[in-house]
Structure formats: C-alpha cells, structure tokens
Design a protein around this ligand. Structure first.
Ligand SMILES: Cc1cc2nc3c(=O)[nH]c(=O)nc-3n(C[C@H](O)[C@H](O)[C@H](O)COP(=O)(O)O)c2cc1C
Length: 505
C-alpha cells in the first residue's frame, strides 16, 4: 500500500483534526478530458509507458502483472502492432490512492482513511453541477456512419487469456435515458465488441441500465444507448458508483470534478455524450435481440458466470478523436482496477451508514483491496460502551453498502489504522477471543460471482463472519500497555530527526 500512516498506538490519522481535505477545499481539476489527466499523472510520476505490446495477450498480461499490488502507476500502451500508429490503450486508472486522491483534487499525500473520509463527505453532501450542451468537441474529429463504422479499428485487447472476446467497455460509461423523465443514467457495464458495428452489454438485473432498457422494451420500443470509453477518470468513477435511482450521473460527475461537463447530443439517440471523449458510439438495443457474450474474468478473480446471451447493441454512429486512447479498468484477482477505487468509496458510504444507524465514534473504515473491496471490511471505533464494537460489526455487515457479497468484517480500536493489514492482523491476534468475539451469520446477500455462494442451484446467499478485535470492554482498566513510543516521544523524534526520518515512516 502507498500512503501508509501512523504507528500503532499513536491515534494520529483518524482524528477529525488531522483531516486535511474536504470536498470544499480541493485543487481545481486539470480540465475534463483524458489527455490533461494523463499529462498530470506523468508529471506526478504516476504513469508508465509501454511500447510495442500486442493486443491479443501482451497488453492484458502486462496489466495483470502491474495490478497485483496497488500503488503502482497507470500504464499507457503505445505503438500497438497491426493498428494505426497513435492509437493507444490506457489501463490501471485507479490502482493507487495517490491517483484517486489527485483526480478528486485532494493533496498528493492523502492517506487511505482521509480518502475514505472524502468519499463519506461526498456521499453525504452529493455536490452537483448540471452538464452543458455544446455544439461540437474533439470527439467529432473522426465521424463514421453506415458501412464506414468499424469498431474493430480500435486496438481493443483480450484482457485475460481465458476471455471469450474483446471488451472495449471496461473503463467506460454506458448511457441511457428514462423514457418517462429527463433522467439520464450512465453506468460502467461491460461491453464486448463482436464485429464492425455490433457490440453487446452485460447489465446485472436490477441495475439502473437494466430497469431503463426494460421500460423501452415493455413498450415495444428499441432502447437508445451510447457507449463512451476514454473520458476524464472522474466521469468514469461516477459510472461505477451506486448513484441513487433517478439522479443524473452527469450532475454527480460535475460535482466531483468541480465543473460542468460539456456534452454533445447523439444525433440519432439524443443521448448526451462527453464532447471531449476519446471514443464513443451510439445505437439501439432491440427487444429479444441477444448475442452470445463472455466469458470475462471477473472482479472476484474467477470466470464465474460463463458465456450467456446478452443484449446486442446495433451501432449507428461511431466517433473517435485523432489518435484515440481506449481506457480499460480490468477485473481479475483482487486487488484490481475494477474494485479498488470503489472500495475507497464503499468504505466512505459504510462509514456514513454506520453513523446514520446511530453508531457513534467511528474513526475510520477500510474495504480491503484483496477482498475485491466488498468481501472484507475493517471498521475502527473508539469504544464508548459495552457492546459498541459488536453493534458496529453487525451493522457494517448488513448496512446497504456493506451487505452485498461481504465475507469478513473486523472491528478494531481507534489506535489501529484499518487500512494497515499488519495492524489489523495484530489486533485480531491479540485482542480477539474467538470463543466470544467471532459471529457467523448465515443466509446473507451474495451473488453468483461469489464462488462460495449457496444453495448450488441458485447461488445468491453466503455466510460471513464478524470479528470483534477490540480490547475487551470489561478489561479496559487493566489492559496491558502497548509497546511503542509515547506520543510526546514520537513528536520529539520527528521534530528533532525530521530531516533523516522519511515522513511516511
Ligand atoms: C470497471 C467496472 C466494471 C463493471 N462491470 C459491470 C458489468 O459488467 N455489469 C454490471 O451490471 N455492473 C458492472 N459494474 C458495476 C456497476 O458499474 C455499478 O454497480 C454501477 O453503480 C451501476 O450503475 P447504476 O447504479 O446506474 O446501475 C462495473 C463497475 C466497474 C467499476
């Protein structure tokens, strides 16, 4: 992990006074296209350029290697064999706290828990700025319609060797509009390319895109749809987050970026499309027009779900900028780009929901990256009464943001940084008596992507454990002292030897 903070026992990073950033106190954005963001990442040392990797195995393979640990740079692939010079692929958008924080306008040294606190504030206040309709934009530099449409001109990688095809949409946004209102929804749903003018989209049941598509089909109408890849990562970030039903994602993205998103209207669908996007296409999904889709290696690290019939997108317009850049946010064995940033946001929402449920003195939440940012949650509290830690753990395991596909919840004291696994494991090993402090919950909300979900014919339930790794409340008075520097000694050492002690130590 990068941005590691705080020694055990120091109680430094989690107190409100130490929070340096808030949604009202942020650096202005670097613009709203992907290229400004890439330049910024290069400037702050967060970009690796790889030349000459081919799209069949090498691009995906390199991304797989590079995302095995979070904190590594984004990867830009140039000079892709067999494709037009200048056509590029960018992956690992959000595999470091530094890049997520920088994209949100937060300081470079933002810690994990500070980032989580930012998301908590963002979800609480949900700042919005409406999009602006413009007449044109860089996206339109190359426009294709009819027989000239060729999605295959883009060097879309086969991300993992076992994937059943080429996924142009992983790090992108799929746009739809409610036929009954002005609500425009966009989400990150996987999009596979099948031929020059056919793609498919896989939307899980109940997601907003699925609900909107059914509204058209129930009326016998084709569903207008637009797919966009290569946008400012703040827009993409919103695509993967659960923005409430009926709320316009462009408004939320404007609020996150701090400026109104410039959009053009798709000429045949009327859907708003970011004017400075790298690649976009619009088309229609007709009722019962299904195509064999998948498999795609997924965020739990398995090929769960296999190959299925999914809605086909018949493409009617296709655009790209000169020298376009395709963005990929790859699922795979966690940690991965699909889940890591969402985990920081999820932890913020769990924090908010714990407080809303009346649990006091939450000091931090972390949704561990190796658990796909859903399966492992750690909550840090300052214990105030007997049963407080049990209450925090059970609610975290069942609140809306924490309930789906969770497996482990750990509750730790306020001196433990929930984002530091060494500290969390130490707390479990020394403050938890498994006889009393581990609860197994059965019949909880899960998904077919969870390989341990049950029953076998309808794998949508799981069991999970809630570990209370806080000091036992009834032993607080005589709990042994922790072996570490006292806060005054720590301050003294950092002041006196600050020139030789790196701040991240
Ligand atoms: C990289 C990435 C890929 C995703 N792929 C899918 C997908 O293929 N299908 C799906 O239903 N959700 C997928 N999700 C999750 C949805 O984007 C997420 O639940 C989002 O909130 C959906 O938007 P909605 O709330 O407007 O339905 C993905 C998320 C990310 C970040």
């Amino acid at each position: 992990m990068d941005g590691r903070v705080a020694n055990i026992g120091q109680d430094l990073p989690l107190t409100p006074a130490r929070v340096r950033s808030s949604i009202d106190d942020r650096r202005p954005s670097t613009g709203q296209d992907l290229r400004g963001w890439i330049k910024r990442m290069a400037d702050i040392g967060e970009l690796l350029v790889v030349k000459g990797a081919e799209r069949e195995k090498e691009i995906g393979g390199i991304v797989d290697i590079s995302m095995r640990k979070m904190g590594r740079p984004a990867v830009l692939f140039e000079d892709i064999p067999d494709y037009q010079p200048g056509f590029r692929v960018l992956a690992n958008l959000f595999t470091s706290v530094k890049r997520i924080a920088d994209t949100a306008g937060l300081p470079a040294n933002t810690t994990e828990v500070e980032l989580v606190r930012f998301w908590r504030d963002y979800m609480r206040h949900t700042p919005t700025i409406a999009p602006t309709l413009v007449n044109g934009g860089a996206l339109l530099e190359n426009s294709f319609t009819g027989d000239d449409i060729n999605l295959l001109s883009i060097p879309t990688p086969r991300w993992h060797e076992g994937d059943g095809g080429y996924y142009i949409g992983t790090g992108g946004m799929v746009i739809m509009k409610d036929p009954d209102s002005n609500w425009v929804n966009y989400g990150a749903y996987r999009v596979q390319v099948h031929d020059r003018n056919t793609a498919s989209v896989m939307i899980s049941k109940g997601k907003h895109g699925d609900i909107l598509m059914r509204k058209y089909h129930d009326r016998g109408l084709p569903c207008p749809i637009a797919v966009v890849v290569g946008v400012h990562p703040a827009l993409f970030a919103i695509a993967g987050l659960e923005i409430p039903y009926g709320k316009n994602e462009y408004d939320a993205a404007g609020g996150l970026l701090g400026e109104s998103i410039r959009v053009i209207n798709g000429p045949q669908t009327g859907l708003p499309i970011p004017a400075e996007a790298e690649i976009a296409f619009e088309g229609f999904v007709h009722k019962d027009d299904l195509i064999m889709e998948g498999p795609l290696g997924e965020w739990t690290g398995y090929y769960a779900g296999g190959q299925k019939l999914e809605p086909a997108i018949r493409v009617v317009n296709f655009w790209h900028r000169n020298d376009p850049i395709l963005t990929g946010a790859l699922p795979g064995i966690p940690p991965n780009d699909d889940t890591f940033y969402r985990g920081t946001a999820r932890a913020g929402v769990v924090w908010h929901e714990l407080e809303a449920a009346g649990v006091p003195e939450i000091r931090g939440v972390w949704s561990h990256e190796a658990g796909g940012s859903r399966m492992w949650l750690t909550v840090s509290i300052k214990q105030m009464y007997g049963g407080h830690s049990k209450q925090a753990g059970l609610i975290a395991s069942q609140c809306h943001a924490g309930a789906y596909a969770n497996r482990v919840v750990v509750v730790v004291d306020e001196d433990i940084n929930p984002a530091d696994m060494d500290q969390v494991v130490w707390a479990i090993c020394t403050r938890c008596d498994p006889r009393d402090d581990v609860d197994i919950l059965k019949g909880c909300w899960s998904t077919t992507l969870d390989p341990m979900a049950y029953p076998p014919d309808r794998r949508n339930l799981n069991s999970r454990m809630v570990i209370d790794a806080c000091k036992p409340w009834n032993r607080m008075a005589d709990w042994p002292a922790t072996v570490t520097n006292s806060p005054p000694l720590e301050r003294h050492l950092r002041e006196k030897f600050g020139s030789v002690l790196p701040p991240e130590w």
